[in-house]
Design a binder for this molecule. Sequence first.
Ligand SMILES: NC(=O)c1ccc[n+]([C@@H]2O[C@H](COP(=O)([O-])OP(=O)(O)OC[C@H]3O[C@@H](n4cnc5c(N)ncnc54)[C@H](OP(=O)(O)O)[C@@H]3O)[C@@H](O)[C@H]2O)c1
Length: 245
Amino acid sequence: MEDTMFRIGFIAAALLTLASFPTTSAFAKDTVAVIGTGRVGSALGPHLAQVGYTVVYGSRDPSAQKVVDLVAKTGNGATAKSQADAAKDASIVILAVPWAAVEPTVKAMGDLDGKIVIDVTNPLSFAGGTMTVAVTDGSGAELVQSWAPGAKVVKAFNAMSSRVMADPAIAGGPVTVPMVGDDKDAKAKVAALIADLGLESADLGPLANARYVEGMTVLYMVPLLDKRPGDMFEFYLRKAPAKAP
Ligand SMILES: NC(=O)c1ccc[n+]([C@@H]2O[C@H](COP(=O)([O-])OP(=O)(O)OC[C@H]3O[C@@H](n4cnc5c(N)ncnc54)[C@H](OP(=O)(O)O)[C@@H]3O)[C@@H](O)[C@H]2O)c1
């Protein structure tokens, strides 16, 4: 009898402990450097902090008022530093700067060896009011990998709205984040981060496939460029049913 009471007490205590954790997880999560404090940076940063990640913004001007405000909004111990210092502090680096700034930014961050670099960027130019694909041989992500050869580059989040990154619920249904990269463990980590944000990942293979994932953005942009905002969409890849034997 005493033994049974002890067991019940132990289970109740364990359940109470579990119930006191937030819905995501109270276990320590990675420090993520969010490089760029524009639409993407200010969408992903606060949401990542909300689900338990420590965010360090990498900015050209960490003392700018917009960055100070973003850090305050982000909370959970968020900070802002130079791009290089932010990357130094983190195991995951999210690259969220305009394409023209990607090469100098990656090179300025210095040693990214061993770090997971999530490349959110799109090699697109909007000069002269038209959209041009800036990389036609290969992909932007492979160039990022060539500029940071020791990093584990994973392309993700490039073909979706920053508003949905901040709040997936506004999409009105599930949203897929296609993901490509050459490092299996890095992709597993990014898939977990994507799930933490309430989004679904789809592993579409090696980094060499980044050209197709970047092509999805070109398709994504069509209603916007045609000035048909009512026709805008988010990608959701539904798995085909298994073939009958
Ligand atoms: N907007 C979207 O919905 C969306 C969705 C998916 C992917 N993307 C891709 O994500 C990347 C960032 O897009 P975004 O919409 O966040 O861009 P954005 O609003 O223009 O912000 C980019 C940020 O990058 C930093 N930056 C560094 N070097 C820069 C430079 N030379 N010129 C301008 N900004 C510079 C700035 O932050 P600091 O001032 O703090 O340095 C700036 O706020 C792009 O490659 C884009 O294609 C965008």
